[in-house]
Design a protein around this ligand. Sequence first.
Ligand SMILES: Cc1cc2nc3c(=O)[nH]c(=O)nc-3n(C[C@H](O)[C@H](O)[C@H](O)COP(=O)(O)OP(=O)(O)OC[C@H]3O[C@@H](n4cnc5c(N)ncnc54)[C@H](O)[C@@H]3O)c2cc1C
Length: 565
Amino acid sequence: MDILLNPKRHDRRYPDARSLEVMRKTIEFFETKGKTKLKADYHANVWYADFLDFVRREKVFATMCTPAGYGASDARWDTSRICEFAEILGFYGLQYWYTWQVSVLGLGPIWMSGNEEVKQRAARLLDEGGIFAFGLSEQAHGADIYSTDMVVTPVDEGRYSASGRKYYIGNGNQAAIVSTFGKLTGSDDYVFFAADSAHPKYTCVQNVVASQNYVSEFALDAYPLTEADILHKGRAAWDAALNTVNIGKYNLGWASIGMCTHSLYEAITHAHNRRLYNMRVTDFAHVKRMFVDAYSRLVAMKLFALRACDYMRSASAEDRRYLLYNPMVKMKVTTEGERVMNLMWDVIAAKGFERSTYFSQAAMDIRGLPKLEGTVHVNIALIVKFMPNFFFAAVELPAVPKRDDAANDDFLFNQGPAKGLSSIRFHDYRLALAAWDLPNVRVFGEQVEVFRTLLATAAPDEEQMRDIDFVLAGGELFALVVYAQLILENARIHEIEDGVVDQIFDFLVRDFSEFALGLHNKPSSSAEQMQLATQMIRKPVRDERRYDAVWQRVLSLDGAYEMNP
Ligand SMILES: Cc1cc2nc3c(=O)[nH]c(=O)nc-3n(C[C@H](O)[C@H](O)[C@H](O)COP(=O)(O)OP(=O)(O)OC[C@H]3O[C@@H](n4cnc5c(N)ncnc54)[C@H](O)[C@@H]3O)c2cc1C
């Protein structure tokens, strides 16, 4: 069975009937809506009231986003089904994914709070079909959330007044609860509180983007709060902001996977049936190469993101490896998604502009994912903290199994202080590499060994460590090692054919070489670093039979899925 989603053959097994029902009904909603209407709404920037009506009617967000114990018996926070839901939404359009995604973010500080009253209110609102918002960003501060200008001033015992503006806040026009981040006046303490977008002291100023999404600027002007509206204060508010983003950023990878998958069906079906010079477009050698690359990159994206889910669901205060894998889903999977779209767009060219295609919207929208909820740079700067322990202090840890059971992911809302990253320990990445006897896995392993030698013998000096541009170049190489490791772990679990795995490593070897060249060319790289970087540049092992077998898999997707008109 192909690992890629095909809504027309949705035969995945779930541990309960309701999960299957949610996925099938969501697919049915979009297929009934049809591509013509989907695209017409997209181009006219129509607010997706029909989708939100469907969500309300079928209690979809209530099932997916209410932790066990707060809603119906089949409601739970279950990352394994959330992945697929996010993938399906992305498959039909990033706009539908977005209104759900910012609801997830808005719910984060609520479910992490000890404020039972707001939690019960959120559960009721979800059941009634409400959407939510996450009010963190401000216009002037971007990633620098230390500088928040939203102020919460104590008025008298248990009463406060909030004033300030937020910018780029999805769903800020209609959210039943806007989880808003600010600072307590007269202290350096942060605070998270629940605001209601329908309150007279809440002004939705504007939609700052031209899209179906409502990405609001909103203002609070002496908005009255009581203790019952406060979700977190002090360190807990800061932790809730970061821990919520830890959960939410993971979903960006799934949006990307869904978008690439739908686009792949359109692209291969178009290219294979288009004839030029009395031959098929897919007969061109370079077209085959681009498709084989796009396909193997997409399978790799999915294998990595699925495996990260296992670690997320098995996380605990003692096992926080997910804090490395999550940002990777965010930054690596989404950048790979852009690359996959670029490859396919180079093949289908003019067709990718046509308003009737899903491709034309995906090609535009996919570019947002690496940039939002922390740019690629922010996420690489984050993961380099893990490098010393990852390479030089591996420990034996219990193997994490595939996690598609019907558990509630309790730990995600109880992640504890968002600190101590550099003390997190990892299992040895070399175990995954050693478990595969494939030519390109071997070459990749050799490249990684040279990188490890560089880190041990020609590590960046103090000045290079202060130069984020230099650090990012090394971070890209590190990210690729983590990416490869989880792909290999999951390829076994999902019984991916050797040929596909080796083809994945064909591009990983090339990417490693590219990043090694990038490191080599950094202005401050030393002679020793340059010499080792040169040794990291390797050519993948060619195998025509393997390549042709993967190409046949891509070709089998011709006509395999077409959205209802
Ligand atoms: C469509 C859309 C929807 C959004 N939805 C929401 C939402 O619902 N809720 C919400 O709160 N926010 C939302 N945002 C805000 C989004 O998360 C911000 O764009 C993001 O926080 C980054 O801020 P910025 O784009 O202003 O970049 P800036 O913070 O201005 O960054 C500029 C540059 O500095 C670099 N940089 C910054 N910090 C670091 C660092 N520590 N290390 C390395 N490099 C760094 C960045 O990589 C970037 O290249 C949304 C934005 C958009 C466009």
